[in-house]
Design a protein. Structure first.
Length: 255
């Protein structure tokens, strides 16, 4: 491809003199220009289709090594080891660390409490079922943290609600909203256990309810490893479409 250069009349060669050939637009320049145009068009389409997409916002790292990770075979830690791990996670710069499940045992309560009092530069969370006793123990454990969080959860898949919780969907929503964790700390995260096997409309309903109750972060976990990355993306986008309240919350994933 050849482009004609703009010429300065004052710099024209004398009549009859040999004229220089037009300067070609080198291949690498054309290629670079094309890439820029393509990138710009993709960005326009992306912004048009995802005007309020959470991917345009800051990505936070929620580390659960001290809680979920410790459940892996051979990875159980004593208090000293947990404090050492917490300090390393703090040095690593994670945004939130889940220190444990305070209501599960006296030992876990002590470790969550000690870590909350030790860590200064990131949020410290305790997991809690959406029941009063769990929330109270979690609140007591993280009370002295610089940035405390309570992470409540309840199962939302039909099989878990019916056979594990022995609850109806209405009862699950009522229990999730009645967590009243906001009265203890301002930073509340809610998780829908087994979310990827749950009904989209039901998730939209319960997420809307807990956000109104004070939850600021909504976690949509693939608890049992049920889905694939592409399915997960489509699933979350479907929930966002069905639940406008999520536009005002932080969306979290656990997979």
């Amino acid at each position: 491809m050849v482009s004609r250069c703009r010429e300065n009349p004052a710099a024209q060669p004398p009549r009859g003199a040999a004229r220089k050939a037009p300067v070609p637009l080198h291949g690498h320049r054309l290629k670079t220009y094309s890439k820029v145009i393509i990138a710009q068009e993709r960005q326009k389409r992306y912004k048009k289709n995802h005007k309020k997409c959470c991917f345009l916002k800051k990505i936070k790292i929620f580390d659960t090594t001290l809680r979920d990770g410790e459940q892996s075979p051979g990875c159980s830690m004593n208090l000293k080891e947990k404090i050492e791990m917490a300090k390393q996670l703090e040095r690593l710069g994670v945004d939130i660390m889940e220190a444990g499940f305070a209501a599960s045992s006296p030992g876990d309560f002590k470790s969550v409490k000690t870590i909350a009092e030790t860590v200064k530069n990131c949020t410290v969370a305790s997991l809690a079922r959406a029941v009063p006793n769990d929330v109270e123990r979690a609140a007591e454990a993280v009370r002295n943290a610089v940035s405390p969080r309570i992470h409540t959860f309840i199962a939302t898949s039909p099989i878990h609600m019916e056979y594990k919780l022995l609850m109806t969907p209405d009862q699950v929503v009522e229990s999730a909203v009645a967590m009243y964790a906001k009265s203890f700390v301002s930073d509340i995260e809610f998780s829908a256990e087994d979310a990827t096997r749950s009904d989209v409309e039901f998730l939209a309903r319960i997420f809307d309810a807990v956000i109104k109750a004070g939850a600021e972060t909504i976690n949509i976990p693939d608890t049992v490893g049920y889905t694939t990355p592409d399915e997960y993306y489509d699933f979350i986008m479907a929930i966002r479409k069905a639940c406008p309240a999520l536009d005002d919350a932080v969306i979290s994933v656990h997979c």
